[in-house]
Design a protein around this ligand. Structure first.
Ligand code: GCV
Length: 634
């Protein structure tokens, strides 16, 4: 059920001034004027094509409240930024493609969504778009997002049916003045499913003709269509390998059909073999690196930030910096599938900056990363994101994809000021909460480089013991490899060898357990429980220490927020406090369940000064959950 008047909720406003409401048919300049009117402040707008240094999206904020850009789109971006921060400056985006991808099914279910149902109600399109879509567009535009894909990568072929494209065209018309281009997901078997072709083989002439006609049809309806997003031969989705063809042959089929229209194909590299024989973390690299010279220029390879799957912490994916001359796009997950859904506070700019560090080190984000996409955390709840603090992640995604060099602290400060106001009693404290939050969540769930300990399927809560899924590499036990003797996944040359996929400098950083950053220790190394660490503790003691440290951090963050009650409206403060209470409970559950389990394997003395788990391992193992939000097996 849609909330009747979501705009009346105090969280609806996001980081923005009051909305001017739907502006059907308005140009970007008219929208900029309406926004200033609504904010009660006015800059002068100058369209000046001679400022080529600003590109098409950039802008200058000049002295005397002048916004200068070469395009109307640039003027609108500049206006939003001027309304956020008036100081004179030039801003030009460092990354060309800054895209939100929604995992929304056509029936309104949001895969891994924790904020209600889809914002896109296709039954009302094309004639009666939900007024909320204009507020969605302005929020995206206000942080520099310039593309969206509203349909799930686990794609329905129906997305490409004429009746749906008619609806999609109406959405594209609505988004266009905000400088946002529409992409759609393509199911690789669509020619068979929609038009009864006997095959979807990318080298089959009839299949090629089908895609050529389909793209021509899309561009007739949506002249500035961005392109297609494809998940192929991954987790059961159809793809070119069904016909003995490569990912390059599959992607190029679509690239050729898109080329005459200037569109792109975002081809996902989230693949792992159906018959796992090698380390899962190695498989996407093994599959894609040998193909890097074979992709057409219209292909952008969309790679998750880490080699497994959006874990609370992962080392960066070794495909970044490897794929040239092909282009790589970095994929983030704004929705917190593995970081506590919308009930935990985890400010993700901290995580994203960590994984951007390698491409940044290599000197050129635009070389190693030609685009940044984020899996949206949005739904039809009045708060858009399920909680106040998750709004910060939508904001941070936009800001960081515009400028990947931005420091998490400056993004946090900006969001806090715009969302909660400049009150010095509040601003510094909430910024501090955000900046401490990611590390806290990592430590309450997967400290020391552990990964994928979550409950099977729905990914809610801890289940480090789970070992009964049909695929070995879906089980937590596959990832942590703990037994009586030790814990961790040996990915060094003497183990799976996945570490060798990284450039020598990174190999050197991570190959020695004595010098590796402990945050990646058990990701790359299998160590005995009694192995001594530089902290003075053994591996077992350090694990206990970090789980407890994480929970103490969550308690401290909650306390800071509780203390802000006198300074914030109750309707803003109270729901966030309730979420922090849930986080506190769930963090203790995570800590105690994981330590009960690992403790039962290692059977070492319980380190002094740390309380033991509140319940027995059997009790934790008996906990069952059903009907969890966002679970595709609903
Ligand atoms: C859209 C993870 C999620 C799936 C998701 C997949 C992907 O495995 O659990 O829900 O599917 O990633 O990124 O394709």
């Amino acid at each position: 059920m849609k909330p009747a008047r979501p705009e009346l909720d105090p969280l609806y406003r996001l980081w923005l001034h009051p909305s001017p409401g739907p502006l059907p048919g308005a140009s970007p300049t008219q929208i900029a004027e309406a926004e200033m009117e609504s904010a009660g402040r006015r800059a002068t707008l100058h369209l000046d094509p001679s400022h080529t240094e600003l590109g098409t999206d950039g802008f200058e904020i000049g002295p005397g409240d002048r916004v200068i850009a070469t395009t109307e789109k640039g003027l609108l971006s500049g206006t939003y930024r001027w309304l956020q921060e008036e100081a004179p400056r030039i801003e030009v985006p460092r990354v060309a493609l800054r895209m939100l991808q929604h995992w929304d099914d056509l029936d309104g279910f949001v895969e891994r969504g924790y904020a209600g149902r889809s914002l896109f109600d296709w039954s009302t399109l094309p004639d009666h778009p939900d007024p909320r879509l204009w507020d969605y567009a302005r929020a995206c535009a206000s942080v520099g997002i310039n593309a969206i894909c509203p349909t799930n990568v686990n794609a329905a072929a129906e997305v490409l049916r004429p009746a749906f494209l008619h609806k999609a065209a109406a959405l594209a018309d609505l988004l266009r003045p905000y400088g946002i281009r529409l992409f759609l997901t393509a199911r690789f078997s669509a020619p068979m499913e929609l038009d009864g072709l006997p095959t979807a083989d990318p080298l089959d002439p009839e299949v090629r003709a089908w895609w050529t006609h389909k793209l021509a049809e899309i561009y007739r309806r949506i002249p500035d269509f961005g392109g297609l997003v494809v998940k192929a031969n991954s987790e059961g989705q159809p793809g070119p390998q069904d016909y003995g063809r490569t990912h390059a042959e599959g992607a190029n089929l679509l690239a050729e059909a898109l080329a005459p229209h200037g569109g792109r194909v975002l081809w996902r590299a989230f693949v792992y073999s159906d018959q796992p024989s090698t380390d899962r973390a190695a498989q996407a690299y093994d599959e894609f690196a040998p193909l890097k010279d074979q992709f057409l220029p219209q292909v952008q390879i969309q790679v998750k930030y880490g080699p497994i799957d959006f874990q609370p912490r992962e080392p960066y994916h070794p495909l970044f910096g490897t794929l040239a001359p092909s282009q790589a796009v970095m994929e983030f997950q704004i929705t917190k599938e593995y970081l506590g859904f919308s009930s935990h506070l985890a400010f993700l700019a901290s995580l994203w900056r960590e994984v951007l560090a390698a491409p940044l080190d290599q000197g050129a984000v635009s070389g190693a990363v030609s685009g940044i996409v984020g899996v949206a955390n949005l739904g039809d709840e009045p708060s858009w994101c399920g909680s106040l603090f998750d709004q910060a992640n939508w904001f941070a995604f936009g800001r960081l994809s515009w400028d990947p060099e931005l420091a998490p602290a400056s993004i946090a400060e900006e969001w806090v000021r715009l969302t909660l106001g400049p009150d010095p009693n509040v601003a510094g404290k909430v910024t501090e909460m955000l900046l401490r939050s990611h590390e806290a969540v990592v430590n309450t769930m997967t400290p020391l480089g552990l990964a994928h300990l979550m409950g099977s399927g729905h990914h809610y809560g801890p289940a480090p013991w789970a070992d009964d899924l049909p695929r070995e590499d879906w089980n937590p036990t596959y990832f942590h490899r703990a037994d009586r003797e030790g814990i961790g996944f040996d990915r060094t040359a003497t183990g799976s060898g996945q570490l060798l996929q990284y450039p020598p400098g990174w190999q050197a950083r991570w190959s020695d357990p004595a010098t590796i950053d402990l945050n990646y220790l058990l990701w790359f190394h299998h160590l005995g429980w009694d192995h001594q660490l530089t902290t003075g503790r053994t591996v077992w003691q350090e694990l206990v220490h970090r789980y407890h440290w994480g929970c103490r951090e969550v308690a401290a963050i909650r306390e800071i927020w509780a203390g802000l009650e006198p300074f914030l409206p109750r309707a803003v403060h109270q729901p966030a406090l309730e979420k922090l209470d849930i986080q506190m409970e769930e963090s203790e559950w995570w800590r105690d369940a994981c330590l009960a389990y690992f403790g039962s394997l290692c059977r070492r003395a319980w380190p002094e000064g740390y309380p033991q788990p509140k319940k027995s391992l059997a009790e934790y193992r008996a906990i069952r959950h059903e009907g969890i939000a966002g679970d595709p097996a609903r």
